[in-house]
Design a protein around this ligand. Structure first.
Ligand code: CA
Length: 219
């Protein structure tokens, strides 16, 4: 099981990342400032560091510089509030492996985390399958009952969330955070709308409504 260190001072975002990564089978630890990020990344055993740049005590770029100078080679994924090209280049030159600008969708972060960990030798199949439904994450192709179906990007991501949790009821909140990111409006009915789109393409009976709980993909 891969261990991920999250260096992020925004409590809401840190909690969102922890919850999402844990529900996808990762072990996480969170530190809220630069010095703690440097010490924990140096002294404990992690497979990947998610590093916010705007950290109190010592900014993320300095944390990264010191870690690399000390010979720490673990993959580092930078999070930044600004889409600042100079900062991005600086981070990559200091040895960051990837860079995400806030706000981002959780699925995008997850995909990048997986790519970095796959580089380290934890390969996973690119085809997700549940009953007669298949989703190829590499070619972005979806199929049901042996025929190909066309999905929009959001529909694809929502179906991916169901396929990654087979046999599990997903709440509206889980689907919102998986597909629309942490900056969503919890009162939105967008999940119900997209479940409707998926039902039209997969067949109504494929996604069951579980009253008061959420939705369940059936095989
Ligand atoms: Ca910050």
């Amino acid at each position: 099981m891969s261990r991920i260190l999250i260096a992020e001072d925004e409590a809401r975002l840190a909690a969102f990342l922890e919850k999402g990564l844990r529900s996808n089978g990762f072990t996480t630890a969170t530190v809220p400032d630069g010095p703690a990020a440097r010490a924990t990344a140096r002294d404990e055993d992690f497979d990947l560091l998610i590093l916010d740049l705007g950290l109190p005590g010592m900014d993320g770029l300095e944390v990264l510089r010191q870690l690399r100078a000390g010979g720490q080679r673990m993959p580092v994924l930078i999070l930044s509030a600004r889409d600042d090209v100079a900062e991005k280049v600086g981070g990559l030159e200091l040895g960051a492996d990837d860079y995400l600008t806030k706000p981002f969708r959780f699925e995008e972060l997850l995909a990048r985390v997986r790519v970095r960990l796959r580089d380290e030798g934890t390969a996973e199949s690119t085809v997700l399958r549940h009953g007669e439904i298949t989703l190829d994450l590499r070619t972005r192709r979806a199929g049901v009952d042996g025929r190909a179906i066309e999905l929009s990007a959001r529909e694809f991501t929502m179906l991916e969330a169901f396929l990654r949790h087979p046999g599990q009821v997903l709440s509206r909140e889980q689907l919102l955070s998986h597909v629309w990111g942490y900056d969503y409006d919890p009162g939105s009915n967008v999940v119900d709308v997209y479940v409707g789109y998926l039902r039209r393409k997969l067949g109504r009976e494929r996604i069951q409504t579980v009253r008061g709980m959420g939705y369940l993909l059936s095989a």
